[in-house]
Design a protein around this ligand. Structure first.
Ligand SMILES: [Zn+2]
Ligand SMILES: [Zn+2]
Length: 372
């Protein structure tokens, strides 16, 4: 048996469509007035809607899609699924893996459930093709706090607590704590990796066997490492207090070295809050080591290819002395996620920093990479 895996980025949009701290129109966060009008709410939503990150993993056997995992479900995913390249187009979704509870990763779940339910009722999918309720795999904290009901107080909980009967929750907390792989399909394993960013958040290591058999041949390995500030390091106030993961040594390093593909975020070149940046950010407390940047992870892990998701540093500008300015010229980057000026600027900086032989580029929305 010979299988292929299509990795499709539905969106790689900026986590922030602004440079934090920049006062220009593009970067200033809308503030709701005390008595907000419907238009005020619409403006706020329009501002937030521009950020979303989600990817599909579609297994193909002899030209036919046989398994479809969605990793995260940001806004706009339903439209993007309809535009997928064949053979992934209009495929049922076997499961949704959720990294964490921010809206750019879960706010598309409601429209997705609606679209799948409509298709199911219309007979577009045979009942056994589209699992229902829709399976959602995430940590218990993310489920109870951000998506479904909190069983201790069902009136409390997340975005979809009133519609949770259309979702089937699978808890991956223990797998994350043990860095243990869970099987999604006989040819596809995923290991949740505790990540500090939002409480309960994880990254994912995906392993795929083109042979269709985990005992035959080496897997294709893909790191889905977006929405991360650092891996748990045992500092006070970190969520994953029971876990310490060093990306340069030990189990995490062993799992992430020599990846076939690293999908990683770098929200800004070197300034950012709650997200990893390209250059390490300065240590916040005296005497503590500075955090690492994406640059250091690429250097240590040596992936075959790296694609950057939700970069929002389009306002970064290199000065003649080589240092970086933030927040400039944002007003000219009306569409910072896809603007060609921004891409060229970032590519040049990446080439200068990593060398021309390192394959590192921006993950464009719609980007499809095929393995096997
Ligand atoms: Zn995000
Ligand atoms: Zn986030």
């Amino acid at each position: 048996m010979s299988l292929k895996l299509h990795v499709v980025m539905h969106a790689a949009g900026a986590a922030f469509i602004r440079q934090p701290g920049c006062p220009c129109v593009r970067c200033a966060e809308p503030v709701l007035p005390e008595q907000p009008s419907p238009q005020d709410f619409a403006d706020l939503l329009a501002w937030a809607r521009q950020a979303h990150t989600s990817a599909s993993l579609v297994i193909e056997e002899a030209g036919v899609a046989v398994d479809h995992t969605l990793i995260d479900c940001g806004m706009g995913v339903v439209d993007n699924l309809a535009a997928l390249p064949t053979p992934a187009r209009y495929q049922p979704i076997q499961r949704v893996l959720v990294t964490h509870g921010h809206l750019d990763h879960i706010a598309g779940l409601d429209p997705l459930m609606y679209a799948l339910d409509m298709a199911r009722q219309a007979g577009d999918y045979a009942p056994e093709e589209q699992p229902w309720p829709l399976p959602v795999w995430t940590t218990r904290h993310t489920w109870e706090r951000y998506i479904g009901p909190n069983p201790r107080d069902p009136a409390d909980g997340g975005l979809l607590r009133r519609a949770h009967d259309r979702l089937a929750f699978t808890d991956i907390t223990d797998a994350a704590l043990a860095l243990a792989a869970v099987e999604l399909h006989p040819a596809l394993l995923v290991t949740p990796i505790p990540a500090e960013h939002l409480d309960g958040g994880v990254n994912f290591l995906v392993e795929f066997w083109p042979s269709g058999d985990q005992a035959q041949g080496d897997p294709i390995r893909i790191g889905c490492c977006w929405d991360l500030i650092r891996y748990p390091s045992g500092r006070p106030k970190e969520y994953w207090q029971d876990v310490t993961l060093d990306p340069f040594n030990g189990p995490l390093y062993d799992q992430m070295r020599d990846l076939d593909l690293l999908l990683i975020e770098m929200t800004n070149w070197r300034t950012g809050k709650g997200h990893i940046t390209f250059e390490p950010q300065p240590a916040k407390e005296a005497g503590t080591p500075g955090d690492y940047g994406v640059r250091d992870l690429i250097a240590a892990w040596q992936p075959q290819a790296t694609r950057l998701v939700h970069y929002s540093g389009w306002g970064d500008r290199r000065q003649p002395d080589g240092s970086w300015l933030r927040g400039e010229a944002c007003a000219r980057n009306v569409n910072p996620a896809t603007g060609p000026v921004s891409d060229r600027h970032l590519r040049r900086a990446l080439r200068a920093a990593l060398g021309p032989e390192v394959d590192c580029d921006i993950a464009q929305p719609g980007m499809t990479l095929t393995f096997g």
